[in-house]
Design a binder for this molecule. Structure first.
Ligand code: 16G
Ligand code: MG
Length: 565
């Protein structure tokens, strides 16, 4: 730590303000995890206060750029809440700052001022009198309002300027953060308002759909969360349902945001994905398109039933393959294939069949990263076009400056090339460049399906039959200490380092199964480990996962004996 002796500005009132948001004495250590702090809302007041301190500090460190703070616990039950920081271009807080967030959150209330000053010295290196700017939004949880108060009390004590945007989806807050910070650039990201976001998405949609009419209707399960409010507002900017160019009928279900107790209850992307089942209120006729958002609308899962009531789900892997194949195709049609490199970024949870399809059929590069949007986003941003999705439905498509330039300056040589370029340009407009976004991803899927419809077969059924998933299962195993499960660096969580010897045993087990694959990692959000497995048949995968569970439980039992003797 630097021992510089410059005067640390601001924060004089921080000690007094902190007392109003005291850290509970006996609380467990808090950690800024995969997606910020998330826990029972009753424990979050002091944590959110410290996030306010850090957000102001981060803004000053970045010459007064605007930092976003989102208060949400996504798909968790209504009693939980969470808080996370958004960096100026709309991506997640830079990883090296996560430890600062954790440290401040764990500082006893009486020592906050000293901790702030120590941290300011460490990160600023010299005196800093920048103005700090922060914008705030929250989801529909009842605890959100009180947490915003904790946050703004800290911002006021830090002398930061802030705007509280009230209830918004997570991706809209990310959008606003980037729009605010790029307003004076040659290509501003968009108007700095919630309406600006809806207008940008609707304009892109209209351009992409100018010659198309989607087949049938789409029904959206909004998990009784903030996505419902956003979607209803957004629909006012869309072409009329019966408009021949781009008109679409969108029904909203599970859109009750007036009753917090129903948030994420038997509904939403997580409910559908983890249970591989339809949400409450589902009454889809065969081949009708449905999708589910999660509680803060940054995840999406599609599904439909086939005749005979067979439930078919299209998860993040399917959206990634659909998007990569469509975008690859129009990039080629637009004559840009040799100027724009496309890659797909997945995690180890991606079904092996999707990876094989992308590599062998689409002939695109696949990268695998650890779990968590920030990791995928980071890698995807290295490519001209980076398609990234987690199987659970988090994801988006990123376009680099080079890709945008190539698309802008391309000179179409035929009507087909013009159409491909126009569609590509429209995608760059409405696909959220900051983070996965259920609303924008939904438009992406709908545009693609509309472009692929028309030969008599239902476009969603055709999408489903592109490849066949390998049978797979995900298990959650409770362990005494999930931190005793660590993975080898740079293996994207696919190999265990500890407990010692466990990976060897796992490899031996997996080798016994046809097309077997299995990995174990500690959850970043719960005190448990997750076991994911695939094999050629359902019977084999069930058998494999059962053996792995027994192996982990034996390890735990042996550990217990060793500790008590
Ligand atoms: C968080 C992550 C999500 C990840 C999940 C894994 C964000 C915005 N969210 O919800 O991407 O898939 O954690 O949870 O990054 P796990 O570590 O408990 O398996
Ligand atoms: Mg979410």
């Amino acid at each position: 730590m630097s021992e510089s002796h410059f005067t640390v500005q601001y924060g004089d009132d921080i000690a007094g303000a902190a007392k109003q948001h005291a850290r509970p004495e006996k609380s467990k250590p808090f950690a800024y995890g995969t997606a910020g702090f998330r826990m029972n809302a009753d424990l979050l007041d002091s944590v959110t206060f410290t996030v306010g301190i850090l957000a102001a500090l981060r803004s000053r460190k970045l010459q007064g750029k605007t930092i976003g703070v989102m208060i949400t616990a996504s798909h968790n039950p209504a009693r939980d809440n969470g808080v996370k920081i958004v960096d100026p271009y709309g991506d997640m807080l830079e990883q090296s700052w996560e430890k600062h967030a954790t440290e401040l959150a764990n500082t006893p209330t009486g020592e906050i001022k000293q901790a702030y000053e120590r941290l300011a010295r460490e990160v600023f290196k010299s005196e800093n009198r920048e103005e700090a700017h922060v914008i705030i939004a929250r989801d529909t949880r009842p605890s959100g309002k009180g947490l915003v108060k904790a946050l703004t009390d800290a911002l006021e004590a830090m002398g930061a300027k802030y705007i509280d945007y009230g209830v918004l989806t997570t991706p809209i807050l990310h959008y606003l953060t980037r729009a605010t910070n790029t307003q004076n650039d040659s290509h501003p990201y968009g108007e700095i308002s919630e309406e600006g976001y809806y207008k940008k998405l609707a304009a892109g949609w209209k351009t992409a759909m100018q010659y198309k009419k989607p087949e049938g209707s789409l029904t959206v399960d909004c998990a009784n969360g903030v996505g419902a409010d956003a979607l209803k507002k957004f629909l006012k900017y869309m072409p009329a349902e019966d408009d021949e160019s781009g008109g679409i009928k969108i029904n909203v279900v599970n859109g009750r945001t007036d009753d917090p107790s129903v948030l994420n209850e038997k509904a939403g992307a997580d409910y559908v994905k983890t249970g591989q089942r339809a949400p409450e209120s589902f009454d889809g006729k065969p081949f009708e398109r449905w999708c589910s958002y999660d509680g803060d609308a940054d995840r999406i899962i599609y599904y439909f039933t086939e005749t005979g009531n067979v439930f078919r789900m299209l998860d993040g892997d399917r959206i990634a393959t659909l998007a990569a194949s469509f975008i690859g195709n129009i990039v080629e049609k637009a004559g840009l294939a040799d100027k724009i490199q496309i890659a797909v970024v997945q995690t180890a949870y991606a079904n092996g069949a999707s990876t094989k399809y992308i590599e062998e059929r689409l002939k695109l590069k696949v990268e695998c990263t650890p779990t968590g949007v920030k990791h995928l986003h980071h890698v995807a941003s290295r490519y001209d076009i980076g398609v990234y999705f987690e199987a659970n439905g988090h994801g988006t498509v990123l376009f680099s400056q080079n890709a945008l330039r190539q698309i802008r300056k391309a000179d179409p040589q035929s009507p087909a090339q013009l159409e491909a370029l126009t569609t590509l340009q429209a995608l760059t407009e409405f696909i959220n460049q900051t983070v996965g976004d259920a609303l924008s991803d939904m438009l992406l899927v709908e545009v693609i399906l509309a472009h692929q419809s028309g030969d008599g077969e239902h476009s969603i059924a055709k999408w489903f039959t592109t490849y066949t998933d390998l049978p797979n299962r995900l298990l959650r195993v409770e362990v005494a200490d999930k931190n005793s499960f660590t993975t080898v660096p740079d293996t994207a969580e696919r190999k265990l380092q500890t407990p010692e010897g466990m990976q060897g045993k796992l490899d031996e087990l997996v080798a016994k199964y046809t097309s077997g694959r299995c990995f174990v990692r500690a959850s970043g959000t719960e005190n448990a480990v997750r076991v994911y497995g695939e094999a050629a048949s359902k019977h084999e995968v069930d058998n494999l996962l059962q053996s792995v569970e027994v192996m982990i439980e034996r390890g735990e039992a042996a550990n217990k004996v060793a500790q008590s003797s």
